[in-house]
Write a protein that binds this ligand. Structure first.
Ligand code: ADP
Length: 561
């Protein structure tokens, strides 16, 4: 159980991410599946929508002629019997028939002979003046079956309107006139193709568009009507549109056709586009969501690590403070009690006290500087200096401590004079002290207790490097050690005490000088920390640095103890 808990703690980012990513990917998978389904359905729905429209136009046309015929041709039997046929009054229940070029009324005798009268559809009380032979023939053809029925005395329970299409220029809508279920005559109308083409077709196309594609969606389709020769005679829009057109023939005028096609995309293209768009949108949103969550989790895990490091810091610092204080107190008490008579011993104790106080001062300086950096109050006083001098002076201040620790420092000064640098003398000294302190701390058990300090110039930068032969640092840790509070807690160093502030201070100081700090190290083979600082420009600076180092003797200065 505790193993599981510690696994979760260590891999909080991974666990948190998995907790979000797995359900998200499942949702995406489900969405992909439903979008694929929707894509197929949309193709069908798009096509069905267009087919419905065509069906709508057809039934509107049919309704128009059928209801006109039903109304106009409801003629009573007495209208065609005996002398009544010639009486023009009250034959038709309406006075005007739309869409017809002629209306007729025929009365049959028992031999099936017909007496036919033609009427003007604009005014059904008036006879048509001259009826062309083609129309007369068309009516004769149309009434022939009814005449036969009259002759044969066939019963016709419910007279209906139907269409006779012997002559494509004269379609006839005809209805039987019956008396006691016996056919006594016929009435009908010859359809007007011009009226169909110019009035009925455009009106029904327009009305159906508004009905089947409401709220301006009719903009997305193009409807075209074609005549008997398949030539387009009218179109709902002048736009070009896609080529996949669905066509249908119309009722009565079956040689005419109406076609519909998408203006922008075919239903297939639209469904594909919609699929790709929705899926990309979902993927994008998921990516953004995962990105946000990763960021939040990273911040959370960093905060957790930082708060853990802060807690460690407090315990480390109290230990760091206590050790030198205890030494100072012990040596002070020895001297106070006067137990040490030997002058050399007194001197040695004094040196111990001085070293420990310096160590305390450095620790307190680090903490104070760190707090200044954190609150943005840290300031630097830049001055033109010779870096070799600053390094040599700093090394002198640690002389005693190094001697006590059994370490020797080899200072390798530059072979030729270096350009001057503009730095904060104290800050650079503090950075170097921290590197030296670490070099000693992490080489306690090393066989070669030697720290090499070099000052030189490389690629126009002034460099100070500190090399030790201590425990070294694993590659994975090398970036992290410059973070505040970070301490390597594994391997050989876990028992060495420290605050975790030293290298973060070094980094800050160096970066404030527009320089950089790097480390080269391998576990068990020591480390080299290198501070690079920009040189001050100009020849004059170089001339100024021609003075000898530390009183002008050797180019290799060694403090060996
Ligand atoms: P600390 O007070 O722990 O020394 P630093 O910030 O100075 O804090 O160093 C951070 C970590 O880097 C140390 O805990 C140590 O593990 C590693 N480190 C620093 N300098 C050296 C070195 N010279 N040799 C080996 N490890 C080092």
């Amino acid at each position: 159980m505790s193993k599981l808990r510690s696994f979760f703690k260590r891999h909080v980012l991974l666990v948190g991410l998995a907790a979000v990513v797995v359900p998200l990917l499942s949702i995406i998978g489900l969405q992909y599946w439903s979008l694929r389904k929707l894509e197929k359905t949309s193709i069908v729905a798009g096509t069905v929508g267009m087919k419905n429209y065509l069906g709508g136009v057809s039934s509107e046309v049919k309704m128009f002629y059928k209801s006109n015929a039903e109304q106009a041709l409801a003629v009573p039997a007495y209208s065609v019997e005996g002398d009544n046929l010639c009486d023009l009054k009250d034959h038709f229940p309406v006075c005007k028939v739309e869409g017809a070029k002629l209306v007729f009324l025929a009365g049959f005798d028992e031999q099936g002979e017909a007496q036919t009268l033609f009427f003007n559809p604009q005014d059904l009380s008036a006879h048509a003046s001259e009826v062309p032979p083609a129309e007369v023939r068309a009516v004769q053809f149309a009434t022939a079956p009814l005449r036969m029925a009259r002759k044969e005395n066939v019963a016709m329970p419910q007279p209906m309107v139907w269409m006779e299409d012997h002559d494509p220029d004269n379609f006839v809508l005809i209805k039987a006139v019956t008396d006691d279920q016996k056919v006594v005559g016929a009435t009908g109308m010859i359809l007007d193709p011009a009226y169909f083409r110019e009035v009925v077709l455009p009106t029904k196309i327009k009305e159906s568009l508004a009905k089947y594609f409401p709220d301006g969606t009719d903009e997305n389709v193009i409807v075209t009507a074609y005549d008997e020769q398949d030539n387009p005679i009218l179109s709902s829009q002048s736009a070009k549109g896609q080529h996949d057109e669905i066509k249908t023939s119309l009722p009565y005028f079956y040689n005419y056709k109406v076609g519909i096609r998408s203006r922008h995309m075919t239903p297939e293209q639209w469904a594909h586009w919609n699929f790709n768009y929705s899926l990309s949108l979902s993927l994008l949103m998921t990516a953004v969501l995962i990105g946000g969550i990763v960021l939040a989790l990273r911040t959370a895990s960093r905060e957790m690590r930082l708060s853990q490091m802060k807690a460690d810091f407090v315990s480390n610092v109290s230990h760091e403070l206590r050790t030198p204080l205890a030494s100072i107190r012990v040596f002070g008490e020895f001297m106070k009690l006067g137990r040490v008579g030997d002058r050399a011993k007194i001197r040695e104790y004094g040196e111990h006290i001085e070293t420990e106080s310096r160590r305390l001062t450095q620790l307190i300086n680090n903490i104070l500087d760190f707090s200044k950096i954190e609150s943005g109050r840290k300031t630097y006083e830049f001055e033109r200096v010779r870096l070799e001098d600053v390094v040599a002076e700093t090394l002198k201040t640690c002389e005693v401590r190094l001697k006590q620790s059994g370490f020797s420092i080899v200072f390798q000064s530059p072979t030729r004079p270096l350009p001057a640098a503009v730095v904060d003398r104290e800050a650079v000294a503090q950075a170097l002290l921290n590197l030296l302190d670490n070099a000693v701390k992490y080489s306690e058990r090393a066989e070669k207790k030697e720290v090499l300090v070099r000052v030189g110039e490389r690629d126009g930068c002034l460099q100070i490097s500190v090399t030790d032969h201590g425990v070294g640092i694993a590659p994975a840790e090398q970036k992290k050690i410059f973070e505040k509070f970070y301490r390597v807690s594994t391997g050989l160093v876990h028992d060495v005490k420290g605050s975790g502030l030293g290298l973060s201070l070094v980094k800050h100081i160096v970066e404030a000088h527009r320089g950089s700090v790097t480390v080269e190290s391998a576990p068990g083979h020591g480390s080299t920390f290198t501070i690079s600082l920009p040189a001050a420009d100009g020849v004059a600076d170089r001339a100024e640095t021609q003075k000898p180092l530390l009183g002008g003797d050797a180019s290799d200065l060694a403090f060996k103890h």
